[in-house]
Ligand binder design. Structure first.
Ligand code: SD4
Length: 291
């Protein structure tokens, strides 16, 4: 059986990430390499304030990053609350491949990075993040804000020609979060879940609301029970809305694919979109939404 490769990523910056992932997949057939290399593009994108060291910092002015990577055979790795590392997705991959563990956080993750030869970056905000942080400090209103700028984590899920699946997710997390806060993105089953028997899902938006319902795992399990990717994403959004009291302050979106190459997306409210690359082309698609 031959499968048609498909790569999906959250948000508009997913287009550039998918371009890279598609190139890696076409040239090497390496699906994990593709989802890693793809989101590395976003980790370096200075325009993106929600991914990479240039992203908006926590409330103490420190950028701390979360990332995860997963293969459909159950292999996975993640890092949370890491500082000074330019490519947390590559560090997550090292956790998956070079340790007996799934998740490393904070200082331990940083030490492991040094051991693995990752360069440590100077701890300094980008000019744009510094400016916005100084602005935020004047009011210091600690409240999640619904806007696109504050929710553009990249999650990527991909189906290879051999029918195998993989995914990646990387973020600087919620802007002005408490120091030490970890979101859904590095939590396997929340921000990302992949199972070769069924499909894959990834999430973006307010991490707390996604963790609360094990969003990505939920979607894969709903697909296992027969739902289409679209139906599964819609059910996850319904669940998220029913389990979160402060829904007026929440945006969250899900993206899913099954092993036949069907896909779907759904978000709490308007504004979520995703990039799709396949053999016949690429496009940016507006997600349907609930509220
Ligand atoms: C988080 N899911 O840490 C991320 C937020 C996000 O762009 O999507 N930010 O909660």
């Amino acid at each position: 059986e031959k499968f048609k490769p498909l790569i999906l990523s959250t948000w508009e910056h997913g287009m550039a990430a998918n371009d890279k992932a598609w190139e890696v997949l076409s040239e090497t057939g390496d699906l994990v390499g593709a989802v890693e290399q793809g989101v590395k593009v976003t980790e370096l994108d200075l325009e993106n304030l929600s991914v990479g060291l240039q992203g908006l910092p926590d409330r103490e002015g420190i950028a701390t990053l979360d990332a995860s990577i997963m293969k459909g055979d159950g292999s996975c790795g993640s890092v949370g609350f890491v500082r000074q590392i330019k490519h947390p997705i590559s560090l997550a991959r090292k956790v998956m491949e070079e340790t007996p563990h799934v998740m490393l956080v904070g200082e331990g993750a940083r030490r492991f990075a040094i051991e693995q030869g990752f360069p440590l970056e100077e701890e300094k905000l980008s000019p744009k993040s510094e400016e916005l942080f100084q602005e935020w400090k004047k009011t210091s209103e600690y409240k999640p804000i619904i806007n696109i700028e504050n929710h553009d984590t990249i999650g990527m899920i991909a189906l290879g020609a051999d029918g195998k699946l993989a995914g990646s997710c990387t973020t600087s997390g919620l802007a002005y979060k408490m120091h030490g806060r970890v979101g859904d993105s590095p939590i396997i089953g929340a921000g990302l879940f992949v199972d070769d028997e069924v499909g894959a899902a990834t999430a973006t938006g307010l991490g707390e609301s996604i963790i609360r319902i094990c969003g990505s795992f939920l979607i894969v399990e709903l697909m296992r029970q027969g739902r289409t990717p679209q139906e599964a994403c819609e059910e996850a959004v319904r669940r998220l809305i029913s389990k979160n009291k402060n829904i007026d302050d929440i945006q969250a979106g899900f993206l899913a694919i099954n092993k036949e190459g069907a896909y779907g997306a759904y978000s709490v409210r308007q504004g979520f979109n995703y990039a799709r690359h396949h053999a016949d082309g690429k496009d940016l698609i507006d997600s349907k939404f609930k509220l």
